[in-house]
Ligand binder design. Structure first.
Ligand SMILES: NC(=O)c1ccc[n+]([C@@H]2O[C@H](COP(=O)([O-])OP(=O)(O)OC[C@H]3O[C@@H](n4cnc5c(N)ncnc54)[C@H](OP(=O)(O)O)[C@@H]3O)[C@@H](O)[C@H]2O)c1
Length: 210
């Protein structure tokens, strides 16, 4: 697939690595074009592109900025009507130990409202960048899970296909408003990783009796 990634930070860089390894055509864009060039150069199959128009031929856009920057970043990449946006953001507080919104909304729903023509899917927000960068394999046959929530069947299918192409298990988490559960789940993961000292080589998953 053709994927545009907005952002070259921890998650953006990890997506560039794993999506190119999985054989996707990746474009990466950033406020700092030198950083985009540097990240793309490290991964054959990736190219750095100017922000304006970078979503034009993308099958999906991965939004890898902080939540506070998300809407503004989306507004710079061109017409998003009919585009699939993979929202990985978590609306975390400055000390990483809380969420700035929740219960009655989520960052995914706020972003969807701000870009009404786009099809937003919440996904990958419960994976630490280290886990995404290292890959899905947790050893002994265990795989990390990607939870996908969207009101768009097509967006959910694309996020599922991308996650599976990178080796992740996928859990269908229902409609986009279930991002209200997925964002706190990421908050718990952050607490366990940093607050409780388990480190960033952890990921939430769901198990079912055979
Ligand atoms: N880190 C994790 O383990 C993790 C896990 C799950 C989800 N997430 C979520 O993923 C998102 C990214 O996290 P991160 O750790 O990768 O953050 P990060 O390292 O701070 O990277 C954020 C990136 O967004 C870019 N950016 C900001 N505004 C932009 C704009 N208007 N246009 C283009 N790029 C813009 C920044 O560019 P500059 O370099 O110019 O500032 C930076 O490259 C966050 O919403 C976070 O909650 C993170």
């Amino acid at each position: 697939m053709k994927i545009t990634i907005i952002g070259t930070g921890n998650m953006g860089s990890a997506f560039v690595k794993q999506l190119t390894l999985a054989g996707h055509q990746v474009k990466v864009t950033a406020r700092d074009s030198a950083k985009a060039t540097q990240v793309a150069a490290a991964h054959p199959g990736a190219s750095a592109v100017a922000t304006a128009g970078s979503a034009a031929d993308a099958d999906a856009v991965v939004l890898a900025t902080g939540y506070a920057d998300a809407v503004q970043a989306l507004q710079t990449v061109g017409d998003l009507k009919g585009k699939i946006i993979i929202d990985i953001t978590n609306p975390i507080t400055a000390d990483y130990m809380g969420l700035t919104i929740g219960h009655t909304t989520s960052s995914a729903e706020q972003i969807a409202q701000a870009v009404p023509g786009a099809e937003v899917v919440k996904a990958f927000n419960t994976l630490f960048a280290q886990v995404l960068g290292d890959g899905a394999d947790f050893g002994n046959g265990r795989k990390a899970s990607v939870f996908v929530a969207s009101d768009s069947v097509r967006a959910k299918q694309v996020a599922t296909t991308l996650a599976q192409s990178m080796g992740f298990e996928v859990v269908d988490a229902g409609a986009l408003n279930n991002a209200r559960y997925l964002e706190p789940l990421a908050g718990l993961n952050i607490y366990l990783g940093y607050g409780a000292g388990l480190g960033t080589g952890i990921a939430p998953t769901w198990i079912r009796k055979a």
